[in-house]
Design a protein around this ligand. Sequence first.
Ligand SMILES: *[C@@H]1O[C@H](CO)[C@@H](O)[C@H](O)[C@H]1NC(C)=O
Length: 215
Amino acid sequence: MVRFIVLVGLLALSFCVAMAADHSPLQDFCVAQSNSQVLLNGLACKNPSMVQVSDFSFSGLHIAGNTSNAVGSRVTLVSATQIPGLNTLGISLARIDYAPWGINPPHTHPRATEILTVIKGSLEVGFVTSNPDNRLISKILKKGDVFVFPIGLVHYQRNVGSGNAMAIVGLSSQNPGVITIANAVFGSKPDISTDILVKALQVDKNIISDTQVKF
Ligand SMILES: *[C@@H]1O[C@H](CO)[C@@H](O)[C@H](O)[C@H]1NC(C)=O
């Protein structure tokens, strides 16, 4: 009987963990205290009586991001860093601008599912399922279309319209995190040994070292 209860308890616990994006808040809000020395999962709370309306707002998302860079896109993130009041609430937002043919390169969010809506232009979007299938699920979106990138999966967007494009995305974490595949694999500090990448990617050593230089 005791064993059964322990088993049920463990199952319930693992179910909770599997269900979780960010944890549910235990109070109305926990506005992040910017100068706190306390290290915890999330950010320490400000005294609720000191909370201001500005802790819950952000301005400037109408301004296009600067897309003059190698990939031709810019993500303007509004997370708990920009809005301290988002701390513990499990949600964030971003504006993404794309130059013509600009891409948001393959990346993953370790802590968030993403839902994207096209506000302007047309985007090719896609994500790849995990091993062993690695199936590409992709689509061309036009203004007003919505697409979901499930948590943890590698995904990308590309502007396939004639002018600039813009999307707004919601993310299921106050701090979704980003792992850009090329930067993580070729731009780690220090470098992953070239011979490891030669074997992993099955290409010539020079291709690896040239790519590492770029990142
Ligand atoms: C956009 O970024 C480029 C490259 O960093 C820079 O040269 C340019 O001045 C920026 N444009 C604006 C409007 O900030």
